[in-house]
Write a protein that binds this ligand. Structure first.
Ligand SMILES: NC(=O)c1ccc[n+]([C@@H]2O[C@H](COP(=O)([O-])OP(=O)(O)OC[C@H]3O[C@@H](n4cnc5c(N)ncnc54)[C@H](O)[C@@H]3O)[C@@H](O)[C@H]2O)c1
Length: 341
């Protein structure tokens, strides 16, 4: 029987998951919820389900099997805890929270009530990246060099504020930090440096078209660099910037024994002792992480990216900021993570 899904947060990214759910025979959209009632209503008219503006009312009235949470980084905690308490499984978009205190609370609820949780780190389920992970798993990795460059800032209000979105390092480059952990294992310590390299004050008459090139009151860095030390001894770097340039660009170079891997988005190529390899990701790859979650719920199985993984990847970003606060000293992940992770 199809999994009865409720959606909490029906803004930008929810459309990807709602589109997937509407087309998939194993998913049944039973409810949509957004604090902006017009958004919940618009989603329900387009994709189906009953609209709500209060997630508790949605849980109690519709009793979904599982929910898909697409709220901004600051809007987590109660949504997940109240679901877990009712035995409702959840898929949550990355990053799992804005702070370790918030993520730790939710982790405790996931463990206490035994619900399934999946974090939307979609790159982990892209078939070419899974093959790269397999190939790398048998050899020492020297360097995991990651970047995320974006030609401007999403103009949704919360992105520009550190306490709401966490800045690019928490909100977006988290994809790369999580993928680094997928490829090279857990991170031991982080050194961070952040910068504002340009003036984001809007000139007179400036109108936002697409990504924002200017934003009044923005308080996040526009450029960040991290140096990572993995538990295995591998080294890593992350460079990210949202200074307006010409295109989105995210990916990796991974240097391992007898192998050099290039990841461009979700496409992969490498050269190793067996020769060259190249594979492009299929068109539907960003939806595989939701499909995997729904099948885990249907079959009582495990999720591929459990909540713990989201907490560990968030901790790498937060360690980067903590290093900045400490004058660029290395910060151990063990100082940031909840006990036992
Ligand atoms: N995996 C990806 O590729 C990807 C891409 C984009 C965004 N995201 C993530 O998805 C999340 C949402 O991003 P977005 O771009 O859709 O943001 P958005 O601002 O477009 O949408 C968020 C929605 O959540 C609603 N909301 C806020 N608090 C709520 C609450 N307590 N209850 C119900 N609804 C609430 C808002 O009204 C809004 O409609 C972010 O964490 C972002 O990082 C992931």
């Amino acid at each position: 029987m199809a999994v009865r899904l409720g959606f909490v947060g029906t803004g930008g990214i929810a459309n990807r998951h709602l589109t997937c759910a509407k087309a998939h025979p194993d998913m049944d959209i039973v409810a949509t919820c957004d604090v902006a009632p017009d958004r919940a209503k618009a989603a329900s008219e387009k994709y189906g389900g009953k609209p709500f503006s209060d997630f508790r009312a949605m849980y109690d009235e519709v009793k979904p099997d599982a929910i898909v949470i697409c709220t901004p980084p600051f809007a987590h905690g109660d949504i997940e805890e109240e679901a877990a308490r009712r035995g409702i499984h959840f898929f949550v978009e990355k990053p799992v929270a804005i702070s370790m205190a918030m993520a730790g609370r939710v982790l405790a609820a996931v463990r206490e009530y035994g619900v399934l949780a999946q974090v939307g780190y979609m790159f982990r389920l892209a078939p070419p990246i899974m093959k790269a992970q397999q190939m790398l798993s048998t050899r020492p990795i020297a360097m995991v060099q990651a970047h995320y460059y974006m030609p401007g800032m999403p103009a949704n209000g919360w992105w520009a504020k550190l306490e709401l979105g966490g800045g690019q390092l928490v909100e977006q480059a988290t994809h790369m930090l999580d993928l680094g952990r997928f490829l090279a294992g857990d991170v031991k310590s982080v050194i961070g440096k952040t910068s504002r390299v340009r003036d984001w004050t809007p000139p007179a008459g400036y109108e936002i078209k697409g990504l924002a090139a200017y934003w009044e009151g923005m308080d996040i860095p526009d450029t960040t660099a991290l140096i990572l030390e993995y538990e295995s001894g591998s080294m890593g770097t992350l460079s990210c910037s949202l200074v307006p340039q010409v295109s989105w660009d995210n990916g990796f170079k991974v240097v391992a024994e007898n192998a050099l891997v290039t990841i461009d988005g979700a496409n992969v190529r490498w050269q190793n002792e067996a020769g060259p390899f190249e594979e492009a990701a299929p068109g539907d790859w960003p939806s595989l992480v939701l499909i995997d979650f729904v099948h885990a719920v249907m079959n009582g199985g495990k999720t591929t990216v459990p909540y713990e993984e989201g907490v560990k990847s968030l901790a790498v970003s937060l360690a980067g900021y903590e290093s900045v606060n400490r004058g660029h000293q290395p910060v151990e992940l063990a100082e940031i993570l909840p006990a036992g992770l």
